[in-house]
Design a binder for this molecule. Structure first.
Ligand SMILES: [Zn+2]
Ligand SMILES: [Zn+2]
Length: 139
């Protein structure tokens, strides 16, 4: 059985992290939704949490039809996106962090599919395999 310890930690956490919840530390503040992901700390943070992370690698998480997405341009800085399935929103090309909208819930083990399709040598392409895999199970 394969386990997720083979993934880079930042990616593993990113894919299971919940965004756009209120920040517990800044409960009282306005605009306290956690919409930034710190790749160095592997945690989601709100705009008020930013200061100690200024020098870290940050990823802006966006919302598109109730799904967490990142800009394709941002994703490209982190991984090989040659085969990533992106979607065009009004303003930008985006990549879904989980399954794309209007599909049934993602079935099966993504780790399994990831290894099946990519082999352990290309962990960074997880997003690609995830998206491909969800497309796959539909047909
Ligand atoms: Zn905060
Ligand atoms: Zn940080």
């Amino acid at each position: 059985m394969l386990d997720s310890s083979n993934l880079p930690r930042w990616l593993e956490v990113l894919l299971r992290e919940k965004f756009f919840n209120a920040c517990i530390i800044h409960e009282e503040a306005k605009k306290n939704e956690k919409n930034v992901y710190c790749l160095d700390c592997c945690q989601s943070i709100c705009p008020h949490c930013l200061s100690p992370h200024r020098s870290h690698r940050l990823l802006q998480i966006r919302r598109y039809v109730y799904h967490d997405v990142i800009r394709l341009g941002d994703a490209e800085k982190l991984m090989d996106c040659a085969f990533v399935q992106s979607y065009t929103t009004n303003s930008a090309k985006v990549v879904f962090l989980n399954q794309r909208p209007q599909t049934r819930p993602f079935r099966g083990s993504w780790q399994h599919l990831y290894y099946l399709r990519q082999g352990p040598a290309r962990p960074i392409s997880l997003l690609f395999s995830l998206l491909q895999a969800s497309t796959y199970t539909e047909n």
